[in-house]
Design a protein around this ligand. Structure first.
Ligand code: RB5
Length: 146
């Protein structure tokens, strides 16, 4: 699996921890920035990661900001993206099983590194359940057509 990853300055440190985890899990990833603690606008990073996932170059994306909220809102504006803000493990699992989320967003100022590692690992390993959830996800994607 190829994973696109990114953060603004508010999520930089947690993103670095997640990159270590992805290496440990032998997951192929690319960091779309930001690369320094200088202040940046989170929609710019979110857009790059979301377009890389929507374009099919990467199967999944992970984006971190201070709360996880801004990057999630921005990513969901890109067609084909189902970004889920999951600051707990249960939501991470459900976002994959029920919503087929293709982007995970996290808040560095909300959760610690240990919890973030568990969330990322569960989110990457959980498959979409399909079945009754398929037509619901299809209906979400229908909303993009207008
Ligand atoms: C940056 O200060 C902060 O607003 C950003 O990281 C994020 O929390 C926005 O949703």
């Amino acid at each position: 699996m190829k994973v696109a990853i990114g953060s603004d300055h508010g999520g930089l440190r947690l993103k670095e921890e997640i990159k270590v985890l992805l290496d440990e899990l032998k997951v192929d990833s690319h960091d779309f920035g930001t690369y320094t603690s200088a202040s940046v606008d989170y929609p710019d990073i979110s857009r790059q990661v979301a377009e890389a996932v929507a374009g099919g170059e990467y199967e999944r994306g992970i984006i971190v900001c201070g709360t996880g909220i801004g990057v999630s809102i921005a990513a969901n504006k890109i067609k084909g993206i189902r970004a889920a803000l999951c600051n707990d493990v249960f939501s991470a699992q459900m976002s994959r099983e029920h919503n087929d989320a293709n982007i995970l967003t996290l808040g560095e100022r909300v959760i610690g590194c240990g919890l973030a590692r568990m969330i990322v690992e569960v989110w990457l390993k959980t498959e979409f359940a399909g079945g009754r959830h398929t037509c619901r996800v299809d209906k979400i994607m229908e909303l993009e057509k207008n």
